[in-house]
Design a protein around this ligand. Structure first.
Ligand code: ADP
Ligand code: MG
Length: 696
């Protein structure tokens, strides 16, 4: 009998109903499901060791013969003991006693005279050698080949995700049986025959079945690693097929090429009080080229906090308007939308561009009144809610999305509406390593703002454990009298009554008193949009010298005169979040100070916070953050399955990502609609390949 990938397990393996049902609870229905239930980890239970004569430092595996089985009591708890000795006893050999507490039902699995493989740590007690709760496998005498070992012990043993009535042993048994019954012709290669890992010997193709066997029951660590890499390459190629197929979507929306003379942009540049950085100029040129091209722009702009992304966005907006297009500028929060709106109005109205704000806090009537029909705005500024609007406004021709690192494929797809594919510019301050970018944003071209404007003052970051309040207040008052402004940030605290209460609210009155007569504002998530706007405007205009708040100020706020930030309970924030917060200061020419307050005593916390003290570069911090937390959390999606990858690791398998991209490109070049059977199967291997960034 040969098993087909989509055949039901129960049929193929002739399982008893309860067993089949239990496996279904682990979502294992078909042969394919079971084989893709890869081990979570492995234990080296190879029978390298001889029968133990003394205690061992770690766990070891060995084979012995059962000499005695007897129930005992140990205080009030029941246990049974089993004495195991060497198969062929010599003068030197001793016995090992295996003990299981409160598991007397196990005793019936064993019989005196059987051979058993054991895995555990050997210790001494008086003259006895003991193992408690060893892993074991009773070996059928006739099957037992000391070189081969058993299924559970005596090899590099797979350890699976189990539970729901399915034991490790059951999984190993059914997977082993299934692997044994596979016919190569039913499990053909999914990758093109030419595709292989550099370390793979081409003459040993086909690779797939071998890899499936070796991932579950490897003979060596090297074999397992190679199997994992091959199967990971399959997964990643599947993912890249989805990504690259999307990349070709824009090609389906050809359009007229409209030249850009940069008239509007130049008259704006003349009013700008600073020179563009080289990186800004380069990026703007890239965007200009995209906008003139015969297919829509799909571009990602990466730039650390403070690198000056807004000006680049303005260039894109002005180019589009010159071309007679309409545009939308979207921000993740209302505060930010408001800030962009005010800035764009200030910058663009003098050059004759009509800008309008649209957020959920403003009723539609308001801005319909604001604009008489003949003067429709050329730029809408708003939150991402704009995206999902039933839209009384026409879909814009250019969409700029600010501060967005969770902008998934689905959201991108929503922009393509009414048969129109807008020019798209996504901006993010989250430094994403290249391999992640290729996967999550693989359908976008990438521009990098890798240079900060030169007019930046130094930022000093310090870590403090509860300094004296008097000292802190004096420092703040000194800075305020120099004309500077201050952010004081608190984490949210989970009050017994309401989750959204914040320490900021409790501390605000105290700061008012301490710093009087200077004015202290308060901002937090429970204020209405309008209230928040009011507070921010007041702070920006210098009406407040200090702003006490929660992380609502985290993203994008630009108040160059603010040069001091105190962050309380800094240990409660993630590294990237702290970097974002700190990015609110050091935006002007003044020397800035960021003080991280933490009474987290442990070394890990201290090290995490020291990363910020030592680094100012967002990429370096992000890398540390990735090391400490893994990519899932950084990108704000589920830790596991950020991309539906089971074996591949987007962080460490850089070479596989690049190789997968090459293979996928070749496949799509030869078979653009993935009509060939193996290509279809490969593409559907990764359930998320149609939407790599599935944000929960
Ligand atoms: P971000 O990339 O974090 O969005 P912004 O666009 O808000 O950064 O820019 C940060 C600050 O730097 C703003 O006050 C902006 O006006 C200023 N800025 C931008 N580009 C330059 C430049 N080339 N030279 C000097 N200042 C600049
Ligand atoms: Mg910004």
């Amino acid at each position: 009998m040969s098993a087909q990938p989509d055949q039901e397990l129960g049929d193929v393996l002739e399982l008893r109903k309860p067993t089949a049902r239990a496996l279904q609870k682990l979502e294992l229905y078909t042969c394919q499901d079971l084989l893709a239930h890869y081990p979570r980890r492995y234990e080296n239970r190879s029978l390298e060791g001889d029968f133990p004569l003394e205690s061992t430092a770690g766990k070891i595996a060995f084979v012995g013969k059962i000499f005695d089985i007897s129930p005992r009591f140990y205080g009030r708890s029941r246990l049974f003991e089993m004495t195991v000795g060497e198969q062929s006893e010599s003068a030197l050999s001793g016995r090992v006693t295996c003990r299981w507490f409160n598991m007397n039902y196990l005793a019936k699995h064993f019989k005196v005279g059987q051979f058993i493989a054991l895995y555990g740590k050997v210790k001494t007690s008086g003259k006895r050698l003991l193992i408690d709760h060893a892993e074991y496998e009773v070996l059928e005498e006739e099957d037992f080949d000391p070189d081969e070992g058993g299924l559970h012990v005596g090899r590099i043993t797979p350890v699976y995700a189990s539970g729901k009535g399915v034991s490790q042993k059951l999984l190993r048994r059914v997977i082993f049986r299934l692997l044994d019954s596979l016919d190569p012709s039913d499990w053909p290669e999914l990758l093109p025959l030419s595709a292989r890992l550099p370390e793979q010997d081409p003459s040993s193709a086909p690779f797939r079945l071998e890899a499936l066997k070796n991932i579950h029951f490897p003979a060596s660590v090297e074999q397992r690693d190679q199997a994992r890499r091959y199967l990971a390459l399959e997964e990643m190629t599947s993912l890249q097929l989805g990504v690259l197929k999307r990349k070709r979507v824009a090609l389906q929306f050809p359009r007229d090429e409209i030249p850009i003379e940069e008239k509007l942009w130049n008259s704006f540049l003349a009013t700008l009080p600073f020179d563009l950085t080289g990186a800004q100029q380069r990026t703007i040129a890239e965007i200009r080229k995209d906008l003139c091209a015969g297919v829509p722009m799909c571009r990602l702009l990466q730039g650390d906090v403070g690198s000056g992304k807004t000006v680049v966005a303005v260039a894109a907006l002005l180019f589009a308007i010159e071309q007679g297009k309409s545009a939308a500028f979207m921000a993740p929060t209302q505060i930010l939308a408001e800030q962009h709106y005010m800035l764009l109005k200030k910058w663009l109205e003098p050059v004759g561009v009509r800008v309008a704000l649209r957020t959920s806090s403003r009723s539609e009537e308001n801005y319909l009144e604001l604009f008489a029909q003949d003067s429709q705005p050329q730029i809408w500024v708003g939150t991402h809610a704009l995206l999902y609007d039933k839209a009384d406004i026409d879909p814009p021709d250019l969409v700029v999305i600010d501060e967005q690192h969770k902008f998934g494929v689905e959201q991108r797809d929503r922009l393509i509406n009414k048969g129109k594919h807008p020019d798209l510019l996504v901006m993010t301050a989250t430094p994403i390593p290249r391999t992640l970018t290729l996967t999550l944003y693989g359908d976008l071209e990438v521009s990098l703002l890798d240079e900060s404007p030169g007019n930046r003052g130094e930022v000093v970051t310090a870590l403090r454990e509860k300094p004296a309040m008097r000292e802190v207040s004096k420092f703040l008052i000194d800075q305020i009298s120099l004309g500077r402004q201050v952010f004081i940030v608190y984490p949210l605290v989970e009050d017994s009554k309401s989750v959204s209460a914040s320490a900021a609210e409790t501390e605000h009155p105290k700061w008012c008193k301490r710093l009087s007569p200077h004015k202290v504002g308060l901002i937090h998530g429970r204020l209405s949009g309008e209230q928040k706007e009011k507070v921010m405007t007041e702070f920006r205009n210098g009406g407040y010298q200090v702003l006490v708040g929660t992380t609502v100020i985290e993203v994008g706020i630009d108040v160059p005169n603010a040069s001091v930030m105190l962050i309380y309970n800094a240990e409660r924030f993630g590294l990237s979040q702290l970097h974002q917060l700190r990015g609110r200061i050091g935006r002007g020419a003044h020397k800035s100070y960021c003080v991280l307050m933490s009474n987290g005593k442990d070394e890990e916390t201290r090290q995490k916070l020291m990363t910020l003290v030592e680094h100012r570069n967002g990429f370096e911090i992000a890398e540390k953050d990735l090391e400490m937390r893994g990519p899932g959390e950084i990108l704000g999606s589920r830790q596991s399955g950020i991309s539906g990858l089971k074996l591949g690791d987007l962080m460490t398998d850089t070479d596989l990502v690049l190789l997968a991209r090459e293979i996928a490109t070749e496949i799509l070049d030869s078979d653009p609609d993935l009509e060939e059977g193996s290509h279809q199967k490969l593409a559907s291997l990764n359930s998320l390949s149609q939407s790599p960034l599935a944000v929960s």
